[in-house]
Design a protein around this ligand. Sequence first.
Ligand SMILES: [Fe+2]
Length: 73
Amino acid sequence: MRDAIEKALEIEGLAIEHYNELIKRVKDVDYTTYDILQDILVEEVKEEQDLEDILARLELREVEEGEEIIEQF
Ligand SMILES: [Fe+2]
């Protein structure tokens, strides 16, 4: 589960980089494309944030489960 989320995060990061590059290229040249790419970028950043939140919750749960195991001894 964790590996899949980390891989998805890596892909989101690459997508964000890619859209940032495209935005730089069309800036001051094609305003319509610029706006569309900005909207896509916002969605990609949201997806990245969602994945980071999931990963953080997963890590917290792992820590809590680890503490429970220690308490049993
Ligand atoms: Fe995405």
